[in-house]
Write a protein that binds this ligand. Structure first.
Ligand code: F0G
Length: 464
């Protein structure tokens, strides 16, 4: 790429600063790798003006509900509607201040909260809800962060954006780059992401590289690339992403009429989302939007359990990396970038960190599906984890619980089809353990187009 193909970054921040989570250094600008120039740790965004004049909780709540009646794109977005707690944009040189012209939005957010009565009966927790991020424009929670980070990428004058991904980030980035008139470069592990996610990146026009490595290898390469080329990185190392993803929690609390649930449970991969939700909860408490903190818990797959091991083996002091392996490919990550941020918010909210097996994930996914709410395997770790937390008495039956379903069922149809056909665990060490899931299977029945035969199927099904 010719260096002149992009203009130099030129964003000036008016209302926020970058703070290093390691040494606490404050700065007005961030380098392209979003790492502290002193100690190399990750950055987060802070709002110094809140110290002088905190936004008033009542004013925020009423502004946010009034914007629901507006037809401006910036208000129809379930992210930018909460822009008072997001970094705001300096107007483009010469432009009048009009946020709706500046943001790249696909009307992300605005995701539903569902009751889960059948899963409630299974877990013995009657007040069980799901916040379904899979209804976002590209089918995952990534869109909430991407609208903010892609907007800042464009304002900084970048022509190219890039990410390493297990699939969903790349789908989301490609869509927002396309909407914003930018080019996008995707680095994904070859053979380890679902075709659905790959097809999204291709359809939205990304340049897609399938690298012969895992996600962690893709991310390492990306970090090198952004130091060498004028490419804006849109992984969750980018703190603008996390600011956008905070709105999941803001919207959830608004939907619950600002009555905090006792527990929020999220899947953990690269650990950006849990960090973002935790940051939002702490900010909401500090601003008086909520009176008490929900406990935020993170669930990982046993085969990709870096945070679980980090907390158990080092008390959160040092990252224990793992060689990740799980069929929940979205969270097949062994060296999570945001582990320190996640460890901090778990501690601050009093949450837990658990791991679940492949069979437990498949079971939970089928149980959520049987409620008429499809999600992808990585999302189902939340229900599987809840069962464990109930057994440990960490979650009590009279407490309320929100599971964050991060991605749509259609993101990984192979997993679902293989499960129902009984092929998911064939030949694996889990084959015999998975036999107990047989009653949940609904394999398609291939048969002649004969009325009698279909009626017999109906009779048989009626008995089961
Ligand atoms: N659930 C889904 C569906 C995901 O796609 C991811 C992450 C996670 C959970 C974990 O979230 O990384 O913030 O802890 N997917 C990334 C990607 C890594 O590239 O799409 P996290």
């Amino acid at each position: 790429m010719h260096p002149l193909s992009t203009s130099a970054p030129r964003v000036r921040q008016a209302d926020f600063r970058f703070r290093c989570i390691g040494c606490g250094d404050l700065s007005d600008a961030a380098s392209q790798d979003f790492r502290c120039s002193h100690c190399g740790d990750l950055l987060e965004i802070t709002y110094p003006q809140w110290q002088k004049a905190k936004p008033r909780a009542e004013n925020l709540k009423s502004a946010w509900s009034q914007r629901r009646l507006s037809l401006k794109p910036v208000d129809l977005s379930g992210v930018w509607r909460f822009r008072d707690l997001l970094p705001t944009l300096e107007p483009a040189p010469g432009a009048t201040r009009d946020d709706s012209q500046q943001v790249i939005t696909l009307r992300e957010g605005n995701t539903p909260v569902y009751e889960l009565p059948q899963c409630a009966a299974i877990t013995g927790v009657p007040r069980l809800f799901a916040k379904h991020q899979g209804t976002n424009p590209t089918g995952s929670f990534k869109d909430c962060g991407m609208t903010v980070a892609a907007t800042f990428a464009r304002r900084a004058g970048f022509r190219w954006v890039a990410c390493a991904s297990t699939g969903n980030t790349s789908a989301s980035m490609a869509a927002y780059a396309a909407r914003g008139g930018m080019r996008s470069l995707v680095l994904v592990p070859e053979g380890k992401i679902s075709w659905s996610k790959l097809s999204q990146a291709l359809d939205y026009g990304a340049v897609t590289c399938q690298l012969r490595t895992d996600f962690d290898g893709c991310l390492r390469l990306l970090q090198e690339l952004v130091r060498r080329c004028p490419v804006y990185q849109l992984n969750s190392i980018n703190p603008f992403r996390l600011e956008g993803q905070k709105t999941l929690a803001l919207e959830l609390l608004e939907q619950l009429d600002w009555q905090p649930p006792d527990h929020i449970i999220v899947p953990g991969g690269n650990l950006g989302n849990s960090s973002a939700i935790g940051k939002a909860l702490l900010e909401m408490r500090d601003l008086g939007l909520i009176a008490r903190l929900p406990k935020l818990s993170v669930i990982q797959a046993e085969g990709a359990n870096a945070l679980v091991r980090t907390l158990r083996e080092t008390g959160g002091k040092r990252l224990v990396s793992v060689q990740a392996e799980t069929r929940a490919t979205a969270i097949r990550i062994g060296n999570p970038a945001s582990w320190k941020k996640a460890a901090h918010v778990l501690e601050a909210t009093g949450g837990a960190c658990e791991q679940v097996s492949e069979v437990e994930i498949a079971q939970a996914k089928a149980e959520i599906g049987a409620e008429g709410i499809g999600c992808e395997p990585a999302s189902a770790v939340t229900l599987a984890g809840l069962k464990k937390l109930v057994k440990q008495n960490f979650v009590k039956p009279d407490e309320s619980v929100v599971l964050v379903l991060t991605g749509n069922l259609l993101k990984d149809p192979d997993f679902t089809i293989e499960f129902h056909r009984g092929e998911l665990f064939k030949g694996s060490a889990d084959e015999s353990a998975s036999a107990r899931l047989d009653p949940l299977r609904r394999a398609p029945i291939v048969m002649d187009a004969a009325l009698d035969a279909v009626m017999r199927v109906l009779e048989e099904a009626e008995k089961s």
